[in-house]
Design a protein around this ligand. Sequence first.
Ligand code: DAH
Length: 348
Amino acid sequence: MLKDKINGLLSQVNELKAANAEEVEALRIKYLSKKGEITALFNEFREVPNDQKREIGQLLNQLRQQTESRINELREKLEISNQQSAISTQLDLTRTPDPIALGTRHPLSLVREEIEDIFSRIGFTIAQGPEVEDDKHVYGMLNFAPEHPARDMQDTFFIEKEPGVQKPTDVLLRSHTSSVQTRVMTSQKPPIRVLCPGRVYRNEAISARAHCFFHQVEGLYIDKNVSFADLREALLYFSKEMFGPETKIRLRPSYFPFTEPSAEMDISCNICGGVGCSFCKGTGWVEILGCGMVDPNVLEACGIDSKVYSGFAFGMGVERITNLKYRVKDLRLFSENDVRFLRQFESC
Ligand code: DAH
């Protein structure tokens, strides 16, 4: 009897199972395709006497709908579990877990930016120059005599034009940022007020107190009537801003080829307050920079009329200032990138 067959199938449909897409398709073919079991029942339905058509027709439609929805349900379940397993194979278990710790600013960057900030408040702008330089900009135009020892191989890294062949060459790694002075003076007209931060290189054995590269900030001010008093005021302002309002400065006569007169500047030791400690070797003073009035020869070499213009210049080591501010005892820490050292600057 058709009715019994329909009821028999109806009791089974909700139990249909499939483990994969192929099995779902097999069920569809078995029941719903042209040659499927349910389609066959529709063929048999034609023979049903008229008075039973209504009842059996309803049952048959119910069977087809229930089978369709069961098969759809099985298909959806499989798709969801496939997506989930795809997600789990995309999981990267080597990834650093959240929250990912943020990096910290490098102490040299912090100090360089503070120096830039202080001088920008009195009108200095930033200028940059190349690290691979020529003899003219690093030494020649800065009034270094041809035989000046700074040019010596002991100090300067020269760049070989042909690998392995040490011919006389004038291509070198700049040994000080004073080279940016000559670049600025030959390309800009006074008044000039620039600060030149950058990396410099010297042929030194690496130790706690020396490195083959380090960082400097150069300052240059050229205008009419610039005096040594202006230089002193600018440096006093800088020292107080950088190390605190109680800081004193002292200028000692010195020599640099590119300044006349030249001086070295000490600040009152910010560690002992000037009383004398091991850091300042009991003197109460620590040296932080070199400075002076730009030598007229340098102005002329750069095409600036030394009878109309005068100027001052200064140069300081960023590592030195950082040591004073944060008491870092070993220069090598700045370039080793040991996170235990760098993390100490997290809150700065
Ligand atoms: N260039 C010098 C050095 O590397 C530092 C310096 C001294 C720069 C005096 C200056 C200056 O501008 O006037 O040791």
